[in-house]
Structures are given as structure tokens and as C-alpha cells.
Design a binder for this molecule. Structure first.
Ligand code: BES
Ligand code: ZN
Length: 584
């Protein structure tokens, strides 16, 4: 037996699935998918085959002729879920599992009409990264095993089903519609994704359209109108785009992430719609995953930095092409600040602060932090500085060409980098980034003129003249560098001058609310309350619930707000907030 991924029951001595055919009926009344999935193996085989499942009710397992196959569903384990062991008779290549999902399936969020912008129709979506695909489909839920698939979703006729795959056709039968999709390129299971709701499309360019609830469509299309330029900038850096289309889906506000790089259909939080395109770096980030992550994939959550560190690096290179080096340096500076606060947060778990982690017995959602993103970025920046940009660009291109449609480990990355850029890893002390806690002393520090101008301010309230050209990123940076013991009258002055409590940019707003709440400034409380009732993005829930529950005066408010709104958050976000409240 060999388990190569600590988060999967997959046994690498067993046969692998090559393709899936998944058919599901979406039942909004019972909040279940009634589904069946046919696995076709890479080769005919015999003996036990272990699949990952979580909270699935298995009806039966049958062969291609409909004859039942023996199986055992083991009791659920806390992180991995239940192992489904199927006994394959000699020569079998195909089998079907019939099952239904649980209303609390960890990958799914079922929204009532009142939780949507239109208020008339329900909404359903999936979020499978890192290990939630198993709560939707029984499969080998490890990114080492890539699958092609076809899928069909039966839904109420008034709704539209979209998938991170290529659309084939829609059929209507009575009160239901059935939408058919196909993913011809092999993808890791965490990239399986779909959404069902009242959705309409608008074209953004030859390869892109945006989907949103009709009420949000125009604003979304305006905000993301630069996507085609972005696609071309990315191709100029990383080579041809391999996924044919780059469509965007504007999610309901409870979506727990800023963005999710589902292939052909990136999912985006509606909090990016600010009216001024100031948060489109998230789109650049998800687009960059089309190369780093979706083509070249981390072998398990222990090598997550290979997905995210490379993608942050690629995101900032795209920003540099589109908006110039100053803007990308500012984002680098914001990233460094996020890294320092993540290191502080994980100070009791230094083993989780190296890039290469060891996660047996650790839930990847709990290990999640900005560290693989920003420490990974710093390692790649250090390598770029040491090798020189032309050589590093060449290295990147060879890395992408060598590992495309494959998964790799940190150890394979090291061997590849040593061969391709001899001496560079030693020169930058890559060991320290990969295997030791904290940030190595010689790490690059993003520099920019605008940054230095801001540093000179050092926590003082800027005059309207000084701040008149500040971008939201600069505001965020300024707010995040304010000292913890800021007197309340400074807070009051800042809000009176710059109306920060009314900011439409959620990054600025949350940075502001954290500062104001920390200083015990009461007018921030009401805005925090409404915000926590509207938005379910974990990046915001965590600091806001964190700062409320850290204060004596607001701890019970934090609990009350969670009690009131917790049901409206995605299961993954709910779990994250519960953890914060339980530690308070
Ligand atoms: N793939 C991640 C989101 C994710 C990570 C989901 C781990 C589940 C488990 C996505 O690409 C991401 O990093 N999103 C960021 C965007 C940011 C770094 C620009 C986010 O959601 O904030
Ligand atoms: Zn990412």
C-alpha cells in the first residue's frame, strides 16, 4: 500500500480513473444532488479500489451491465471523510456509483432566493478546493490524478447551470432543463465546479464573457471589461492560453474566496465590483492559475506554494505589464505585510510557516494562510533577482513546458531548478524558504517611490492634498501600517476627512474597520454588523470576527452576529469563523 497524498485514501498501487461521466439532478427542496457517476479506469483491473467520499449516501455500485459490485463504505474520519472500497472483478474497466449528497455537503452552498441579488430564485454553487470534491462525487480526490469528464445537470427550467467545462447543449423536458458539459483536458478533481441560478451572460471579448445574476450583469461587465487585454498580457509572458475560453462568474456575496481559478470559468466574489477596477488583480491572479496550478499542479496540499506562490509571482508580472512596476511593487508591499501578519498568527505553529509543509492529520482549510502565497512569491523573486530576468523567464517557460498537465512536489521542483539554474537555489538560500520558519534575512523587499512617500507619513493623518491621488492599494497599505494604539480622535479625524466607513472598496473598508474597531471607535460597529450580514468572503470574516472577539466589549456581539448570519456563510467559512470564536 502506498498513500502519496495525506488527504486522500487513494492507494497508488491501485488503478486510476481516466474519465468520469457525472449526471446529477439538483433538488433545491431537499438540498441534495441525486447523482450517478461512471468511472472509466486507465486500464482494466481487478481487486480493491479506494475512493474518497464525504457525507455521501451510496445507493449501489454496478458494472456496465448493471450488475451490483461489492463495496464497503467505512466510517467517516474527521479530515478525510469515508473510504469507499469497491471490489473490482477481473477485467473490469468501468463501473457506476449511484448516490445522493448531503444537504450539508462541504463543497456546496445552497442559497435561498433572499440570499441572491434578484431575490426570486435559489442558487447553488460548488467550491471543491482543497478536498471537498469528495462531498459531491465519489472519486480519487488527489491532484496527482487528473481526470477528463462529461457531466449533465438537471435543474428547474427557470434556471441556468454553468460549469468549469465546455458547454455542449441544453435540453428541456417539462418543468426541467438538462445542461450538458464536457471537460476534454485532464484536470485535478479540485477543479470540478458548477453553479446553478438565475444567470445571464455578457460578452467581454473574443474569448471571454461574464455570467452574473441579471441585476449585477452590467456592473460586472464594466468592472471586468479589461479581461481580454489581461489575457493577451498573460500570453505574452507565459505562452499560449490552453483552455480556449476564459469566462467569469460573479458569485453571490457569500462566496468564501476572492476568486477561484475553475478552468474556463473563474469564480469571483462580487466584492470586486467597486466601480473603479481597483481589485482586478484578483482576476489577474485567477487567470495566472491557468498556467500555474491548472496546467502545472501541486501534488498535494503539502506543496500548495507551488500553486499559489507561482501564481502570485505571475499575477504581479501581469500587473507590471498592464499598470507598470510601481503598481506591482505596491502589491508586493501589501503582500509582505500580509505575510508578516500571517507569520505572527501562526507563531505557535512554526512548522506551518515553511513552504513545504507536512500535513498528515491537518485539515488543509485550517493550514490555509497567506504564507504559501507571499513567502512563495519572495522565493521566486529572489530567484529572479539572482538569475536575472531573461534567464528566469526562460526557466519559467521550461518549467511550464516540462510539467504541463502534471502534478509535482517541492522536491521535484528543487531538482528541476538545480538542473536548469545551477547554483541559484543555494545563492538565495532556498532551503530556508522551503524548510524553515519565518522569512530569511536576505529576502527581497519590494521598493517603490510611492511606498517611500507613504512611509514618510508614519501613521500621521494625511492632508487631503497629500492623499488626493492615493489608489485604494495605497489606502490599504496606509491603514494597515497604522500603530495599534492609535488615539480615537485620530480615527475620528480620518473618517471625517476621508469617509472611510463609506468606502466602496472592500479591501479599504475592512482594513479601516479593523483599525477603527481595534481603537474601540463605536461608529465602526454598525458598518461591521451590516457588512458581516452581507459578505461571506473568509478574507474579511476572519479579521473582523477576530478583532471583535479579541475585545472584551465586543466578544458577545461577535457571537451574536455569527449566530444570526452563520447560516448564510458557506460551510468552509462557517468552520473558519467557528474556530476563531472558539479560541477567543
Ligand atoms: N485557489 C485560490 C482559492 C483557494 C485556495 C480555495 C485554497 C480553496 C483553498 C485562489 O486562487 C486564490 O488564491 N484566491 C485569492 C485571490 C488573491 C490571492 C488575489 C483570494 O480568494 O483571496
Ligand atoms: Zn490562487
Amino acid at each position: 500500500m502506498a498513500r502519496l497524498d495525506p488527504h486522500s485514501y487513494n492507494d497508488s498501487t491501485q488503478p486510476e480513473t481516466e474519465t468520469l461521466d457525472w449526471r446529477a439532478r439538483v433538488d433545491f427542496k431537499t438540498q441534495r444532488l441525486h447523482a450517478e457517476v461512471t468511472h472509466t479506469l486507465k486500464e482494466a483491473s481487478a481487486g480493491p479500489l479506494d475512493l474518497d467520499t464525504r457525507d455521501l449516501e451510496i445507493r449501489d455500485v454496478v458494472d456496465a451491465a448493471g450488475r451490483p459490485l461489492p463495496y464497503i463504505l467505512s466510517p467517516s474520519e474527521p479530515i478525510l471523510g469515508s473510504r469507499l472500497r469497491i471490489e473490482l472483478p477481473v477485467g473490469l474497466r468501468q463501473f457506476t456509483v449511484r448516490y445522493r449528497t448531503a444537504p450539508h455537503a462541504s463543497a456546496l452552498q445552497w442559497l435561498t432566493p433572499s440570499q441572491t441579488a434578484g431575490g426570486k430564485h435559489p442558487f447553488l454553487y460548488s467550491q471543491c478546493q482543497a478536498i471537498h470534491a469528495r462531498s459531491v462525487v465519489p472519486l480519487q480526490d488527489t491532484p496527482r490524478i487528473r481526470i477528463r469528464y462529461t457531466a449533465s445537470l438537471r435543474i428547474p427550467k427557470a434556471l441556468k447551470a454553468v460549469m468549469a467545462a465546455s458547454f455542449l447543449r441544453r435540453e428541456e423536458h417539462g418543468v426541467e432543463a438538462e445542461e450538458h458539459y464536457e471537460m476534454p483536458q485532464p484536470v485535478p478533481p479540485y477543479l470540478l465546479a458548477f453553479a446553478v441560478g438565475s444567470l445571464a451572460p455578457k460578452e467581454l471579448g473574443p474569448r471571454s464573457r461574464v455570467w452574473a445574476e441579471p441585476e449585477l450583469l452590467e456592473d460586472a461587465a464594466e468592472e471586468f471589461s479589461g479581461v481580454d487585454d489581461m489575457l493577451r498580457a498573460a500570453e505574452s509572458l507565459f505562452g499560449p492560453y490552453d483552455w480556449e475560453r476564459f469566462d467569469l462568474l460573479t458569485m453571490p456575496p457569500s462566496f468564501p474566496y476572492g476568486g477561484m481559478e475553475n478552468p474556463r470559468l473563474t469564480f469571483l466574489t462580487p466584492t470586486l465590483i467597486t466601480g473603479d477596477k481597483s481589485l482586478v488583480n484578483v482576476v489577474a491572479h485567477e487567470l495566472a492559475h491557468s498556467w500555474t496550478g491548472n496546467l502545472v499542479t501541486n501534488a498535494s496540499a503539502e506543496h500548495f506554494w507551488l500553486n499559489e506562490g507561482f501564481t502570485v509571482f505571475a499575477e504581479r508580472r501581469i500587473l507590471e505589464v498592464l499598470e507598470g512596476p510601481e503598481v506591482s511593487a505596491l502589491h508586493g508591499a501589501l503582500g509582505r505585510r500580509a505575510l508578516d501578519s500571517a507569520l505572527q498568527h501562526f507563531r505557535a505553529h512554526p512548522q506551518l510557516t515553511s513552504l513545504r509543509t507536512h500535513l498528515a492529520g491537518v485539515d488543509p482549510d485550517e493550514a490555509f494562510s497567506q504564507i504559501p502565497y507571499e513567502k512563495g512569491y519572495l522565493l521566486l523573486r529572489a530567484m529572479e533577482d539572482a538569475a536575472g530576468r531573461p534567464a528566469f523567464d526562460e526557466f519559467l517557460r521550461r518549467y511550464l513546458a516540462t510539467y504541463r498537465f502534471r502534478a509535482l512536489t517541492t522536491e521535484e521542483f528543487v531538482a528541476f531548478a538545480e538542473k536548469e539554474l545551477p547554483g541559484v537555489l543555494t545563492k538565495v538560500d532556498a532551503e530556508a524558504y522551503l524548510h524553515r520558519p519565518g522569512v530569511p534575512p536576505g529576502a527581497p523587499s519590494p521598493r517603490s517611490l510611492r511606498l517611500e512617500a507613504m512611509d514618510a507619513l508614519r501613521g500621521k493623518v494625511p492632508t487631503p492634498e497629500q492623499a488626493k491621488d492615493w489608489t485604494p492599494a495605497e489606502w490599504q497599505l496606509y491603514l494597515e501600517s497604522l500603530p495599534w494604539d492609535l488615539p480615537r480622535d485620530v480615527i475620528q479625524q480620518l473618517d471625517a476627512r476621508f469617509s472611510l466607513t463609506e468606502s466602496r472598496n472592500s479591501e479599504v473598508l475592512v482594513a479601516w474597520l479593523v483599525v477603527a474597531l481595534r481603537a474601540g471607535w463605536e461608529p465602526a460597529v454598525a458598518r461591521t454588523e451590516t457588512f458581516l450580514g452581507e459578505v461571506g468572503r473568509m478574507k474579511y470574516l476572519k479579521p473582523l470576527y477576530g478583532v471583535l472577539s479579541a475585545s472584551h466589549a465586543h466578544r458577545s456581539l461577535a457571537r451574536a452576529l455569527f449566530k444570526k448570519h452563520g447560516e448564510r456563510y458557506h460551510p468552509i467559512a462557517r468552520q473558519g469563523v467557528e474556530l476563531i470564536l472558539s479560541r477567543a
